[in-house]
Design a protein around this ligand. Structure first.
Ligand SMILES: [Fe+2]
Length: 179
């Protein structure tokens, strides 16, 4: 990508109440999307753990399951903070990523290569979550809801940690898979 000189950022105008309302709607829709996604992952993670040959990897999926259950209740707290009912709206992206993981389990026999493929599938999920929670935390901040921002920022940190752990495990598994 070509580097272009960045013009100094113009001072932002204060949001009108209509703009704030519009952003609140985007925020709420994003929360519903992730609420569906986290609930979906609660069902998917045990399958990933079971399909992992490597014990450390299986353990990482199990640990992340406990965290994911917490994320569901943390999202419920955020819905409460904005005075809305916790509603899940189907997240097509997460369903697609889940299907990819399912086909990894169908197409490969248990072993280091399948473990490596499972990590790749799981990291795609983590990156989707990191992008989503990064934006949601920013929306909460812009909307002046610091409590919601802190909760979403906390979830974001968990997802980043999960992603780094998968990268670490991948290093040793990829070596074994290549042997
Ligand atoms: Fe999560």
């Amino acid at each position: 990508m070509q580097k272009t000189k960045k013009a100094p950022a113009a001072p932002r105008k204060k949001m009108t109440s209509q703009q704030k309302e519009d952003l609140s709607k985007v925020f709420e829709d994003g929360l519903k999307d992730m609420y569906w996604a986290e609930k979906y992952l609660v069902k998917a993670l045990p399958k990933l753990a079971k399909a992992s040959e490597d014990e450390e990897l299986a353990g990482a999926f199990e640990d992340h399951l406990a965290q994911t259950e917490e994320h569901v209740s943390k999202l419920e707290q955020v819905f409460e903070l904005i005075g809305k009912k916790a509603v899940a709206k189907k997240c097509d992206a997460m369903e697609g990523l889940g299907k990819e993981a399912e086909s990894v389990m169908e197409e490969h026999e248990s072993g280091p290569a399948r473990d490596a493929a499972l990590i790749m599938a799981a990291q795609k999920v983590e990156h989707y979550e990191i992008a989503s929670y990064g934006s949601l935390a920013t929306f909460a901040k812009v909307l002046g809801n610091t409590e919601a921002r802190d909760i979403l920022g906390g979830i974001l940190d968990n997802e980043k940690d999960a992603d780094s752990l998968l990268s670490e495990i991948a290093e040793s598994i990829n070596e074994t898979a290549a042997e």
